[in-house]
Design a protein around this ligand. Structure first.
Ligand code: ATP
Ligand code: MG
Length: 330
């Protein structure tokens, strides 16, 4: 029987997951877990690169991220969850890879640049600048063939592919060059009109938000600033509410766009429609989530068992890596 191909995907435990995660990455991984051996990383070391001063946030979010994954349809029997910091081989591999990456290439990484601006970093830490190297280690220690992620991750996967090519050519071809798989909506806008909805940006609709929260948030979403009265014709292309209709309300979105352009629907009605569409989508997720929140021991067990399984794979890869680099001495 042919060996199943592998997927590596995951999140930083910096908070609960949002609807951007769903359309950017979760939706794909829910389908793919049936065909691929799926590994889901809870990337706490990567989270430390921006949250090292408030590690208590990570502590709370580790289980939340797993709960969000399972409540949207990830089956822990099919997919393996693990905690990044509990796999020391990832840190080792990061050191080896750091020899193969120039500081300039990291400085020019567009996502690093965007995030540095977003966090207000005038001077970046070594850890933050180097997180794409650590991410290359996350992907390659388990020899992932495919990485289902959002668009912000593309430069990092490219960097990982480059490291793999360099390593394989320089030493021995023991690593796998991963393919990227973008979601149905690779970059969902934030409620504030920011190009990306992000946990650390305070512009999210969370999968765990209550019906009331969703309604309040949708009402606050940025719409076409030039549309002041009902009679003004709107431009859906600059409207956050329409961006969400396009993704979550595929049946009606064309019609909504036409109505907006011809001043046939007001922003209030358009938002009301979106509120109900989102609440229909989120209702079963919320319900499952509430059940899982009562089962913290079950969630911990999933993480412990998964991490143990992954440790075996990590040891084996590091053995091969050391051998390829001729640093397995005895
Ligand atoms: P943080 O602000 O802490 O970085 P985040 O919201 O960016 O949080 P991550 O844990 O960094 O979430 O990302 C996890 C996955 O979700 C990645 O594959 C990322 O590309 C995807 N993702 C995150 N935000 C979006 C979005 N707005 N649209 C599409 N995909 C997204
Ligand atoms: Mg992020």
């Amino acid at each position: 029987m042919e060996k199943k191909k592998r997927i590596l995907t995951g999140e930083r435990p910096t908070g609960r997951l949002h609807i951007g995660h769903y359309v950017g990455s979760l939706e794909n991984r829910i389908k793919l877990q049936n065909e691929y051996e799926t590994f889901i990383i809870v990337a706490d070391v990567q989270a430390l690169t921006t949250h090292f001063e408030k590690p208590e946030i990570l502590r709370n979010a580790v289980c939340d991220v797993v709960i969000d994954n399972i409540s949207t349809g990830i089956d822990p029997k099919k997919s393996t969850f693990f905690v990044q910091s509990m796999i020391p081989q990832i840190a080792e591999l990061t050191v080896f890879y750091s020899m193969l990456v120039t500081v300039n290439s990291l400085r020019h990484n567009p996502t690093i640049k965007t995030e540095a601006t977003q966090y207000g970093y005038k001077d970046m830490t070594y850890g933050f600048l180097g997180y794409p190297v650590s991410q290359a280690a996350d992907i390659t220690f388990c020899k992932a063939d495919l990485v289902p992620v959002g668009e912000d991750q593309v430069p990092h996967i490219e960097a990982a592919r480059k490291i793999v090519r360099r390593f394989n050519a320089l030493y021995k071809p023991v690593l796998i060059e991963p393919e990227i798989l973008l979601g149905n909506c690779p970059r969902l806008m934030g409620l504030d009109g920011n190009a990306k909805m992000g946990k650390s940006l305070n512009n999210c609709i969370y999968l765990s938000d209550s019906e009331e929260d969703v309604n309040i948030k949708v009402r606050s979403a940025v719409t076409d600033p030039n549309r002041i009265t009902l009679k003004d014709k709107g431009n859906p292309d600059v409207c956050v509410v329409y961006a969400y209709h396009k993704v979550f309300n595929t049946k009606e979105c064309k019609n909504i766009s036409e109505l907006c352009k011809n001043a046939g629907i007001g922003c209030v009605a358009c938002k009301k429609n979106l509120e109900s569409v989102l609440n229909v989508f989120l209702s079963p997720i919320r319900e499952k989530r509430m059940q899982l929140e009562e089962k913290q021991d079950y969630i911990k067990d999933i993480l412990m068992t998964g991490t143990e399984k992954v440790k075996g794979i990590a040891k084996q890869t590091l053995d091969e890596v050391r051998e390829a680099m001729s640093i397995k001495y005895f």
